[in-house]
Design a binder for this molecule. Sequence first.
Ligand code: HEM
Ligand code: HEM
Ligand SMILES: Nc1nc2c(c(=O)[nH]1)N[C@H]1C(S)=C(S)[C@@H](COP(=O)(O)O)O[C@H]1N2
Ligand SMILES: [Mo]
Length: 343
Amino acid sequence: MGLRSAAGRPVAIARGAPTNVALLALVAIAFVTGWLAFAFATSPARWSLILHATGGFAILALLPWKSMIARRGVGRPRRGRWASVLFGALVLISMAAGLLHSTGLLVYWGPLTAMDFHVGAAIAAVPLAIWHVVARRVRIRPADMSRRNFLRGSAVLAAAAATYAGSELVVRAIPTPGAARRFTGSYEAGSFRPELMPVSSWLFDAIPHLEPTAWVLKAGGREWTSDQLANFDDRVTATLDCTGGFYSTQEWAGARLDRLIGNASGSSIRVTSATGYDRRFPIENAGSMVLATRFGGRPLDAAHGYPARLVVPDARGFWWVKWVTAIEVDDLPPWWQSPFPLQ
Ligand code: HEM
Ligand code: HEM
Ligand SMILES: Nc1nc2c(c(=O)[nH]1)N[C@H]1C(S)=C(S)[C@@H](COP(=O)(O)O)O[C@H]1N2
Ligand SMILES: [Mo]
């Protein structure tokens, strides 16, 4: 795979296996580090995104080689060729959307964000990726493990890291809108302006319109009405950082969870929405979480979780359960849940 013309372009591939295996590792790294970044709203998000972007740029760096492999493959009259091409298209769409987000050139696309396309295309590519690797099996030969291929692999990684570092410098030097990203890659929106705060859902939840007179909260072995809840005035300034690519800082007010659960004992707290959406938290965190009824000095609106929504400082937006109806303490461990919501 290493022959080059006088112009320095790769001209022939003796073997595609090393390129394909490198791609397998890189696609897997990009996928895992992407989700890892979504799991955190603190510094691990940045570390995983550095790996993520380097992996992404390394895939781009292998494109000249892979396009030769792909051209040869497409030329063979074989079943599933078009599934491979669709796979390639999804990877390229994901890559393009990732770069549109990171440079800030196109962050919103109607109600969707570049991040939604980035992750959506990557998820859609997963079954095709598995099929591709199984149907186009590669065999590694001892000769593939050569010092030369190892050096080439290192060169590709170094080039990818340098391209990423360079792109970050360019984004800041021009500057493109991407210069304003937070360490999670998210863009500021409507901070301290509740009326301008974006509205988001994890997947399928629609905004329920709850009647304040009918709504009750179950917590600490009793029921709370919205009037009773309105008497609390615990305040916290905290940033909601949505994996869709925006963040918004607000002054939240409501009831600290340790006050609501009383002296209930157990390992974790399960917070449930009127929609069925729920998240579980270590009981030790009760003192730092607030069940908010107000933000920026005004009541929550339906879209942002009225009558009450959870505020979890330093946790990603998907932990901030909206339209809360129950807060229960039990003995299940806090990790006893899907790492990301399923609805
Ligand atoms: C095929 C799989 C994927 C590839 C090849 C890929 C590649 C990329 C690339 C090239 C970028 C732009 C890097 C930059 O210039 O900063 C990017 C950004 C990003 N990707 Fe992915 N990605 C993939 C999947 C995912 C998944 C599954 C997630 C999350 C679950 C994710 C989350 C992110 C985030 C949050 C950013 C923004 C980083 C920032 O703005 O600093 N990616 N990705
Ligand atoms: C970014 C990830 C990848 C993309 C976009 C991609 C895309 C493609 C396309 C479009 C083809 C030509 C159509 C076909 O033969 O079905 C192809 C061929 C092939 N791919 Fe991939 N592929 C990727 C990763 C991989 C990986 C991870 C492996 C194996 C570990 C692999 C192994 C192969 C093989 C063996 C062929 C056939 C080459 C030939 O017939 O000469 N590919 N790939
Ligand atoms: N019940 C419920 N709560 C939810 C969600 C949801 O889909 N259902 N989405 C979460 C996600 S992913 C985010 S980013 C925030 C968005 O809050 P906002 O609409 O006030 O910006 O709500 C969280 N709380
Ligand atoms: Mo979100």
